[in-house]
Design a protein around this ligand. Structure first.
Ligand code: NAD
Ligand code: DAU
Length: 483
């Protein structure tokens, strides 16, 4: 059998290609991929010389080229994975998603229809889709195959649209098709723009872990090799014109998953527990962020006897080990173009991801909370030293890491200045807390904190004023850290 697999140099596609090439020596597998930023031949270098494998570099948006290769090779089956797959990119460039995911899919349908004419015996068009087409769930319930489509992002709208076209070609022209809608995959070869590999890479490099919003968004995670096995089953044994939902029955709130990941990484990297968790940084939310995805995979389990083969912990450990053992792969994919994307998306001022209200939200709220408690207990009208002493006790009570009365060197354009700076408190090794007990804090104090911050490596300043019955505070971010 001659099978065309599209997107086989990408994350999931590479696992599917590997499975088919090694499991079915009598098939010939053609892997068509445009090698966009997400496609990488290193992902399948282990099978590139297999006699039953051919790589074709090509773009599915090029209708003529699709017709040519379909005519030349007379594929009997198509397993279509090529797509623009990252939700965040679809928010900045929706049209690219329409081109590849909708028009590209249309081109493949048209080319299949042309070569198969009306002889559909032993032919199959298999579209790999996503659970995101169903939209967002509240706390309860699951996506089943009959859940109405309600996509919320340009990415999911493009995938929903391509699903509809596949189904329409089945109904209108009789094209034999099958569709599967899968939940979030993770595992080796996952491009580090997606949550798990991005955070693994950032933990390795001690970079902030940008958690969107409050982190209470839920995803259902499946190990990629289990998805590849499901695709094999659906392709061979799935019923024509049917949809199969594929998922791990493995729901995690992002923040809980990130904490588990940090803990596992600390152990692997020989760090003390809690070290990587300190990198968690709450940032501006994704617009239109779907609250919860959860797949009911009963149908594929009952009809095709499929279920995930590994637990989440086993899969995560395998994934982390793979990234730690494949440093060169990780370095190659995170250089050049990737760095531009990263800077633009996470670090530029326009991204809004560094706003002071969002950065260090947890830590600064905790500190302000401690100040409020002290203010409520003591009231106003005391000397600064009294507030400082009470605050010190409260920091200890609340396990807020701090150093008191710290003398710091100051720098002006790399040059060390004679004057030193004595901060009232430094919390979490990055936040200055300056205590004042005046009626009203003059702007001059605020500017002082701003200048001290600029001249140190510290990241956030909190100027707390225990004045006149009212607790007030000002926050200021070191501009060096806005990058
Ligand atoms: P990916 O971004 O890692 O890989 C996509 C591949 O498609 C890349 O190799 C890329 O070069 C190729 N490609 C992109 N545009 C192309 C074009 N115009 N012509 C030819 N090739 C092109 O994606 P992935 O995560 O492996 O996802 C694969 C498929 O599975 C997608 O259709 C996606 O919607 C779907 N899916 C993904 C997940 C997930 O969690 N990653 C879950 C469910 C469904
Ligand atoms: O559900 C299946 C879908 O899963 C696939 O169809 C998509 O192709 C795939 O990219 C994935 O989409 P998500 O948007 O769910 O995956 P992502 O890894 O981008 O994000 C997972 C969650 O983590 C989501 O709630 C957003 C959040 N997140 C993500 C990134 C990249 C963060 O908090 N911070 C981040 O930096």
């Amino acid at each position: 059998m001659k099978i065309l697999i599209t997107g086989g140099a990408g994350f999931i596609g590479s696992h599917v290609v590997r499975l088919f090439v090694t499991k079915y020596p009598n098939y010939h597998i053609y892997n068509l991929d445009a090698l966009t930023y997400a496609g990488n031949l290193e992902n399948i270098s282990d099978i590139e010389n297999a006699p039953n494998y051919t790589f074709i570099k090509g773009d599915i948006t090029d209708a003529d080229f699709m017709d040519t290769i379909f005519m030349e090779h007379q594929f009997e089956g198509v397993i279509h994975l090529a797509a623009e797959s990252h939700v965040d990119r679809s928010i900045t460039d929706p049209l690219a998603f329409v081109k590849t995911n909708v028009i590209g899919t249309m081109n493949l349908l048209n080319s299949s229809k042309k070569i198969w004419k009306n002889d559909f015996e032993n032919k199959r068009f298999y579209h790999i889709s996503t659970d995101e087409v169903y939209g967002s769930l509240s706390e309860e319930g699951f996506f089943v195959e009959t859940t109405p489509y309600s996509p919320n992002s340009p990415y999911s709208a493009s995938k929903a649209s391509s699903d509809h076209f596949v189904r329409a070609y089945g109904e209108t022209y009789g094209l034999p098709f099958v569709i599967s809608n899968c939940s979030n995959n993770y595992g080796p070869y996952h491009f580090p723009e997606k949550l798990i590999p991005l955070f693994i890479n950032n933990i390795i490099n001690n970079k902030p872990l940008p958690v969107y919003g409050d982190g209470n968004y839920t995803r259902d995670w499946l190990f990629v090799k289990d998805h590849a096995v499901a695709i094999d089953l659906v392709f061979h044994d799935g019923k024509d014109k049917e949809t199969y939902n594929i998922g791990g029955f493995n729901e995690w709130k992002n923040i809980d998953l990130v904490k588990v990941l940090c803990k596992l990484m600390d152990a692997k990297l020989g760090r003390t527990e809690g070290e990587s968790e300190r990198l968690i940084t709450y940032v501006k939310d994704r617009p239109g962020h779907d609250k919860r995805y959860a797949i009911d995979a009963t149908k594929i389990n009952k009809e095709l006897n499929w279920k995930p083969s590994v637990t989440f912990e086993q899969g995560l450990v395998q994934t982390i080990d793979w990234y730690l053992e494949n440093e060169v792969w990780l370095k190659n994919v995170t250089s050049g173009q990737y760095m531009d994307y990263y800077r633009e998306y996470y670090e530029s001022d326009e991204s809004g991801k560094n706003e002071v209200d969002i950065l260090y939200k947890d830590e600064s709220y905790q500190i302000i909370g401690a100040c409020m408690k002290v203010h409520n207990n003591l009231g106003s009208g005391f000397l600064e030293a009294v507030y400082e002493e009470a605050l010190e006790k409260e920091f200890i009570n609340q396990n807020i890491p701090f150093k008191k009365q710290v003398t710091l060197d100051l720098y002006y354009e790399e040059e060390k200045m004679k004057k030193k700076y004595r901060a009232d408190f430094i919390c979490y090794d990055k936040i200055i807390v300056e205590v004042k007990a005046t009626g009203q804090v003059p702007e001059i104090f605020y500017n002082q904190v701003k200048n001290y911050l600029k001249a140190t490596e510290l990241e956030l300043g909190l100027l707390i004023n225990f004045g006149a019955n009212l607790l007030t505070f000002k926050r200021v971010l070191n501009t060096k850290y806005r990058k």
